[in-house]
Design a protein around this ligand. Structure first.
Ligand code: FNR
Length: 339
């Protein structure tokens, strides 16, 4: 039987040739604080497409300048970012991979000198500034920034958009009762905490008809934070809104020590897939082909997101195929006697 890891899957008319996703990973490699793609980004993402990753997802890319984690982050807050991003998607597509971009805003986790914002004026720790609590105008402006970013992503020929709703960044700060202490309609009840993400999804869908993924922190590792049942509730809402996949990560809302082990987040992807009926992505210490195949074959998730292994080895899909005793295409230039 052919490994399912190398079977195609379609999201809203976009077909990935296999189930392997390059997980979004910040490279902090822009020059001069401009958020513009550099030659490093092109080489970095193109080489994973050469390595036969099905979906190459770009790192957290800031929708507003004060939503960056650092001054070296990639940006998509102006039309001046489109050309560079387009050159990355061109190189990804040249090797038969699809391209995605993770749209992000760091909120209180922005390590910048400029003023920073969050749902409530709560500092993460001494290393960070105390953020300004967002006004309603600011919330509306930020939602509009996600929408404009989606329009630019379309112009740059991305196939899929992922909304970064995890790791304690701005959207997660709204979702979590640990960081959202607002007393207006954006805080308090679960529906109120979900409102910011809901409106971002609506705003993106007005301008973008391709697949949308959302990355969530499916555990906050804190008894007063969102619990799995809350996350399943959010996942159901996202499903109703027509989201194509929930990418199931965890942590980052408050500082807690976790001890990751192989596949430590896979059970979250499995629970959400079963209980919210959405497709899911599994991520976190998925390191070999057998392990990835088990996840897909047992229907615990639809995609595997690979992070650090793909940094170590851009040809990880080939390594996984060898482990699963199957052949995958390599670029024609690497095939014996192609010329
Ligand atoms: C990350 N991760 C991450 N996640 C995310 O949603 N957006 C991002 O921009 C980043 N940036 C980032 C940079 C670097 C250098 C690393 C190592 C990680 C988390 C990443 O996508 C993934 O979820 C974790 O690394 C766990 O998967 P692996 O590495 O165990 O396969």
């Amino acid at each position: 039987m052919e490994p399912k890891l190398f079977s195609p899957i379609t999201f809203n008319q976009v077909t990935l040739k296999n189930r392997i996703v390059m997980s979004p990973m910040c490279m902090y490699s822009c020059y001069e604080q401009d958020g513009i793609v550099t030659p490093f980004h092109i080489t970095h993402y193109e080489s994973r497409a050469v390595g036969q990753v099905g979906l190459v997802m770009l790192e957290a890319t800031a929708v507003q300048p004060n939503g960056r984690i650092s001054y070296e982050d990639l940006g998509i807050w102006s039309d001046g970012h489109i050309a560079g991003l387009k050159s990355v998607t061109e190189r990804i597509h040249a090797h038969g991979a699809k391209s995605a971009i993770q749209l992000a805003h760091a909120g209180r986790k922005a390590e910048l000198d400029d003023p920073i914002v969050a749902p409530s004026a709560l500092q993460l720790n001494e290393r960070f500034q105390t953020p300004h609590a967002m006004t309603k105008d600011h919330i509306a402006e930020t939602i509009r920034s996600f929408q404009l970013a989606a329009e630019r992503a379309q112009k740059a020929n991305f196939d899929i958009i992922e909304i970064h709703g995890a790791h304690g960044y701005l959207i997660n700060q709204f979702l979590s009762p640990l960081t959202n202490k607002r007393d207006d309609e954006y805080g308090g009840s679960r529906d109120n905490r979900y409102r910011f993400l809901k409106e971002i999804v609506d705003a993106i869908q007005e301008v973008w008809d391709g697949p949308i993924f959302v990355r969530l922190s499916t555990s906050e590792y804190h008894e007063e934070g969102n619990q799995l049942e809350d996350i399943i509730y959010f996942a159901n809402q996202l499903h109703d809104q027509g989201i194509d996949l929930i990418d199931c990560s965890s942590g980052g809302v408050v500082r807690v020590k976790i001890n990751p082990y192989p596949g430590y987040q896979v059970t979250f992807a499995e629970a959400i897939k079963q209980q919210a009926g959405t497709k899911t992505g599994a991520v976190g210490l998925i390191t070999n082909g057998m392990q990835a195949e088990e996840i897909i074959q047992n229907n615990r998730a639809d995609l595997v997101f690979i992070g650090r292994e793909l940094l170590k080895n851009p040809y990880w899909p080939k390594q996984a195929a060898d482990e699963l005793q199957t052949n995958i295409t390599s670029p024609k230039q690497y095939q014996a006697g192609w010329r």
